[in-house]
Design a protein around this ligand. Structure first.
Ligand code: ITT
Length: 202
């Protein structure tokens, strides 16, 4: 059993990711405050996300924050893996069109790359790996996946990233049309965090 600390630093500057993490923890009754690197203006973010997979990149990000700030740290490395693109953009999801974090350009490039792919071969999944490094340095890694398919034009304005072009299995709405609570129930991030919560509860 590892108690959740009053606050944890999420190794990110992506505030939409932070919002989802905070919301998911709160929905599980955990009142830990999720800070981000924006709360630490002196922190020099020199992590190069050059690992070969989500696990490796999440470890790099969480360890760097734990080492530099000496606090409990958490990282989420996530992305969209498209079957017809052999699992890409995958770990390159945030910079698929070249500029890091340009959600619209990234999404448009995936749509263009998939435009001739028929409906039955438009399967895809979101993957999230969450790494938690406790104050004392113990590390916990969990993973969550959300299967679904890509549509051919964006719909909805909730969520972030590739949400407007992704419909989860069993749904008709895109992730960007789902309520935040429904997205969290189904999402890769929601599942990875639920696993982490039960792991820490021992
Ligand atoms: P940090 O590395 O600083 O945490 P980032 O946005 O660069 O922030 P990642 O390297 O993990 O994060 O890349 C994740 C990308 O995958 C993100 O930019 C989105 O494009 C996409 N993505 C991840 N989760 C998503 C979700 O729930 N909905 C839509 N797109 C998502």
């Amino acid at each position: 059993m590892t108690a959740w600390p009053p606050q944890v630093v999420l190794a990110t500057r992506n505030l939409k990711k932070q919002k989802e993490l905070q919301r998911i923890l709160s929905s599980h009754g955990i009142d830990t405050v999720v800070q981000t690197l924006a709360d630490y203006p002196d922190y020099i973010d020199d992590v190069v996300e050059d690992a070969a997979d989500f696990e490796g990149n999440a470890l790099l990000k969480a360890r760097a924050v734990h080492r530099a700030l000496g606090v409990a740290a958490i990282a989420d490395d996530s992305g969209l893996c498209v079957d017809a693109l052999n699992g890409m953009p995958g770990i390159l999801s945030a910079r698929w069109a070249g500029r890091h974090g340009d959600d619209t350009a990234n999404l448009q490039l995936v749509l263009n790359q998939c435009k001739d792919i028929p409906a039955e071969r438009r399967g895809a999944q979101f993957v999230a790996v969450v790494v938690y490094v406790a104050h004392d340095g113990r590390e916990f890694t969990t993973r969550g996946e959300m299967r679904g398919h890509l549509i051919d034009a964006p719909r909805g304005d909730r969520g972030f990233g590739y949400d407007p072009i992704f419909v989860a299995d069993g749904e008709t709405a895109t992730n960007a049309e789902l309520t935040p609570e429904r997205k969290d129930e189904l999402s890769h991030r929601g599942k990875a965090l639920a696993h982490l919560i039960s792991l820490l509860a021992g």
